[in-house]
Design a protein around this ligand. Sequence first.
Ligand SMILES: N[C@@H](CCC(=O)N[C@@H](CS)C(=O)NCC(=O)O)C(=O)O
Length: 252
Amino acid sequence: MATTTSTVGLAQRVARPAPRRSTRASAAKLYDVPVSNNGARVRIALYAKGLVPDRVEIVSPSELGGIKSEEYMALQPKGQMPLLVTESGLPIWESEVILGYVLDKYDGEGPSFTLDTAEERALSTLSTKVFDTFIQPVQGCMYRKSPSAEQRAAELKVIDENLHILESLCSADGPYFVGGRPCKTDMSLFPSFVFFEFMLETQFGWPDAFYDKPKLRAWYEYLKAGEGSDFAGVTARVYGEIFDALKAWEEG
Ligand SMILES: N[C@@H](CCC(=O)N[C@@H](CS)C(=O)NCC(=O)O)C(=O)O
């Protein structure tokens, strides 16, 4: 019964017509905005693979009336970004799932980001898992209202503790998180580190967000500077997108 229901549900989703106002009939659509760190995971993959705009268009959720509109929530029931609607009209959400789909679907286009060994791939998965399980649920403490100073301090402590764990997992030789080649983990973690630098330094007065995490700092600075490789050029571009949006947010 459960299988039948979910199969029917999937068929209905696949059969749903493509969202209106599409300008490129065959392109998938990523609903996202520049400040979105979760969406930026996917944007890095799309830019690095040269998929924008011909294979995937990036559009604002306002095209569908915003993330809490009925039309948007019919595709993304949590009312969050990012959302990908594939060429065939299948809505896919949760940034890590979209990222996995993009790297799988467009594997033969642009550079490959699959690491060479099972051990490297496990380390990559573990690092993102640590982030998504322990940091993502509390990272709003950097920019949302908190019920108390104690709760905000406790959540910042959780972030710091888990950044230390990521420090222990980060490659000592670099320049990428797992070593000499960029992979999914660089895409998944880098956007939130722009938030860490911006928020921890400007809002909380940390002199340097990565002061006791030298491997993370070297990794972040390499991707932010953008000079070492085409991939770093892409992460620097995304750094600019997020930073400019955070600056505008702070000022406006
Ligand atoms: N686990 C989700 C989190 C998505 C998420 O929190 N998105 C933010 C933007 S980065 C959002 O849409 N926030 C608005 C809201 O939650 O109402 C993912 O990784 O995609």
